[in-house]
Design a binder for this molecule. Sequence first.
Ligand code: GRF
Length: 212
Amino acid sequence: MTNSTYLISPSLTKEQLQLENTVRLGVMASGSGSNFEAIAQAINEGRLNAKIEVLIYNNPNAKVKERADRLNIPTVLLNHKDYKTRKAFDKAIVKVFQTHQVQWVVMAGWMRIITQELLNAYPQKVINIHPSILPSFKGINAVEQSLEAKVKVTGCTVHLVDLEVDSGLILIQAVVPIFPDDTADSLHDRIQIQEHRIIVDGIALAVKKVDS
Ligand code: GRF
């Protein structure tokens, strides 16, 4: 199975992914930010009619910050350690997004559990990407979980967010094979290639589904 033949479902045409109006996105990320960059690249290449208004990151050392600086995308560091409760933290997140007039929120490797605070401000408008075929292997270490389970295929999922972790309406999934000599790193690398495709299509799908 070569890269181009990996199964992505639903498989959509350019026309089906075309958004009429430019969507104002807010992205939340905690780590490397390769999905964040994939979104930015799709926007720059005209594949996604959107603009990333602001990136919120919670870890001062997150590599995603360097990517945002290079791409000239505004960033705000909100360190969860500075907040007493998850609710107070999410309140601060919402404030930043509202200041930037964000319409849709993308959690691109956000390693914190969110609260109703964010969902009340953005009902049905928060998107997440997870490195498994949900509902299998929810939570952290999804890639390791799939190796331990000795399944032969895994993948990634883009879904709307609700209060339960890695739950909510599934928008698009990609299937990735697991090879006998895979490590968590080699498998995650293979999954991420597909993540960078479905995160873009997933955003367009979500906007089309909810906004129209
Ligand atoms: C991705 O594998 C995503 O599915 C998970 O966290 C990882 C983030 O990767 N939620 P990156 O920071 O976008 O490279």
